[in-house]
Design a protein around this ligand. Structure first.
Ligand code: SAM
Length: 189
């Protein structure tokens, strides 16, 4: 079977990220990916989750607590400031990150991810990430402002040096209503 978008994003993370790694959930939202990553890196690893909305931070903390997961730090700040929140020892173990772009489902549709901060965060993460680490972007683009972010991200990722990074685009090209797709960036060794 061909994997769906969320399933494939988790598959990619599962292949590249190991127990004991540090990972970033760059857009916590309701915390689904944070829970997934927390289980993936295990007790010796750590997840740093970022979101700019109180509601997302609270929802994520609640979901983690329901699952009794404690290897996480949830921060109300932009992912573009991630470097100020992660200690050097944890940064050296950075295995990857996920970005779920767009707006928080069931919430204010004007609070969206924007290409400027998204790209700033990706650049920082790529420069600190371990070899073979992965950044997975789930690109939702059907909302107002989404098309611009999508175009800027495609332009940015197409220009990444192929000697340093593998860049993958995965999506369903016959689906209606602007379906999300994946951009994944793996650091080559
Ligand atoms: N992965 C989430 C989940 O499992 O529910 C869904 C994430 S939702 C599509 C996108 C989130 O990105 C929103 O909660 C929004 O507040 C957040 N966001 C927007 N700009 C951000 C930024 N600069 N830094 C961190 N989070 C941001």
């Amino acid at each position: 079977m061909i994997r769906g978008i969320i399933n494939y994003s988790h598959y990619l993370l599962g292949e590249a990220i190991h127990k004991g790694d540090t990972v970033i959930d760059a857009t916590c939202g309701n915390g689904h990916d944070t829970v997934f990553l927390s289980k993936l890196v295990g007790e010796t690893g750590h997840v740093f989750g970022f979101d700019i909305q109180d509601k997302a931070v609270n929802n994520t903390k609640e979901r983690l607590s329901e699952n009794q997961l404690t290897n996480t730090t949830i921060i109300k700040d932009s992912h573009s400031n991630f470097i100020h929140h992660i200690s050097v020892d944890k940064l050296t173990r950075l295995g990857g990150a996920i970005f779920n772009l767009g707006y928080l489902p069931g919430s204010d549709k004007s609070i969206i991810t924007r290409s400027e901060s998204t790209i700033l965060a990706i650049e920082g993460i790529l420069s600190h990430m371990k070899q073979n680490g992965i950044v997975v972007l789930v690109v939702y683009h059907g909302h107002q402002g989404g098309e611009k972010e999508k175009e800027q991200l495609l332009r940015y990722t197409r220009l990444l040096d192929q000697k340093q990074f593998h860049v993958l685009c995965y999506g369903f090209i016959n689906q209606k209503n602007d379906p999300p797709f994946i951009l994944a960036i793996q650091k080559r060794n």
